[in-house]
Design a protein around this ligand. Sequence first.
Ligand SMILES: [Zn+2]
Length: 168
Amino acid sequence: MRSVPATSTFKKLQAFPVAEVWQNTQTGEHSLHAAQSFTPNQVICSFAAATTLSHPTYLTVQTALDTHITLRPFYLQYVNHSCAPNVFFDTARREFIALSAIRPGDELVFFYPSTEWDMQQPFNCHCAARNCLKVIKGAAHLSPAQWKKYRLSNFILEQLKLHVSKIS
Ligand SMILES: [Zn+2]
């Protein structure tokens, strides 16, 4: 899990039955937190495409090579990245799923490369997970060991089948 500095304080901005939008009062960053407990593989909620775009933005989730969706319910946009994720976007079933046991108040974090193939805007990760990848660039840039370690969307698995011999 992401380590939050002990001095961080949060303001709850909005509460929904399954999750709450919090804001870090020091950094201004938003995050999504569980409003109830979830068990591994439990469906937290279904989601739909609010809009469908041909190019990614920092708000989109990739569902095909040239298809990137913004999410409904909108608060799913506040799910941040971690290299030790506790949630997963199943883009085939359109279900937002718990990967591990989650308690109320836990931040919900997903692994961006689980849906993003080759990110146009890589970023440096500071998630503080033991196996933090440091630079997040998309699933195309992971090692075979990393592909095996994470749950990946059907789209990413299809891309791996097409490209893995060229990459490795
Ligand atoms: Zn990380």
